[in-house]
Ligand binder design. Structure first.
Ligand code: ZN
Ligand code: ZN
Length: 284
């Protein structure tokens, strides 16, 4: 089986441009924003652009696409207006994915900003239930990302993710993404074989490995358990290289797409270097 590898890719000039970029860089997987990630709303996707995106994708080697939602969305916002806005924006993100045929919308669960973790988790699940209700018959899966747990961000414990899924009615529409930088900053070690297997075993026991549909492959500028989210190139930073070797050679995870969110310039040439490092770790 072949690894599906790629990186977060720029959609500058239109979503179909991302497919061109990914193809040129030799990616077999990619992540995109379907709109400006620092804005609440954007004008609807153009029909022509949707068609172009789909046909380019079909004729490319990119076999997996995931969308990342806007950073502004907080599905457990304490403020009523902000919560309403977040819920509407989330439905809009799901809709854009569905139109583009993108099977996963990756998102950070939310920040409880003082209301408490359990209350926050309940509101997140409620937000997801509302969104699923409004998008019945959609194929796109809501993909919860493990977070570093910065500030009051939820999702830095496997138990948080499991609790949200438990409270979501349509569990078939739920999936999970492990971001290696977040996982590490959250306090889950995977740098040795022993710690790696312990962490993945916990994930399987608490969430279930069948829910894992994507990896964000990022080094970490911050220490284990720091709860600070700072991405670093693969092999640099506090995770080092062994942790990535463990992931790349785990037979159970070969079919799970692995996507970089490491620092990069406009041409994304750094992505090529990081992917080379990942590929070099695969034992032959
Ligand atoms: Zn990530
Ligand atoms: Zn991050």
């Amino acid at each position: 089986m072949e690894h599906l590898l790629g990186a977060h890719t720029s959609t500058s000039g239109g979503v179909s441009k991302a497919v061109e970029r990914a193809e040129k860089l030799g990616f077999t997987a990619m992540q995109i924003f379907t709109k400006n990630n620092n804005r609440w709303f954007a004008k609807p996707l153009d029909e022509k652009e949707i068609t172009k995106f789909k046909s380019k994708l079909e004729n490319s080697n990119v076999k997996f696409v995931v969308a990342h939602d806007s950073y502004l969305i907080n599905l457990c916002a304490n403020d009523v207006d902000l919560l309403e806005k977040s819920r509407n924006a989330f439905v809009d993100e799901l809709t854009r994915c569905e139109q583009l045929g993108i099977p996963y919308l990756n998102f950070h669960p939310g920040s409880h900003t003082g209301m408490g973790e359990e209350e926050g988790l309940k509101i997140i699940a409620e937000s997801i239930n509302i969104a699923h209700d409004k998008t019945k018959n959609f194929n796109v899966s809501s993909m919860l990302e493990i977070t570093a747990g910065q500030g009051t961000a939820l999702g830095y414990r496997f138990e948080h993710i499991a609790r949200i899924i438990e409270l979501v009615e349509d569990k078939k529409r739920m999936s999970v993404c492990i971001d290696t930088a977040h996982l590490f900053a959250a306090g889950y070690d995977f740098r040795t074989r022993e710690t790696y297997y312990k962490t993945m075993q916990d994930f399987d026991k608490i969430i279930g490995l069948e829910k894992l549909k994507c990896f964000h492959m990022n080094g970490s500028k911050k220490e284990l358990g720091s709860r600070v989210d700072r991405h670093e190139h693969i092999g640099n930073g506090f995770i080092g290289i062994e942790g990535f070797k463990n992931i790349m050679n785990d037979e159970k995870l070969i079919s799970i797409p692995k996507i970089l969110e490491t620092p990069k310039g406009k041409e994304q040439l750094e992505d090529l270097e990081n992917l080379e490092v990942l590929k070099s770790l695969i034992a032959v």
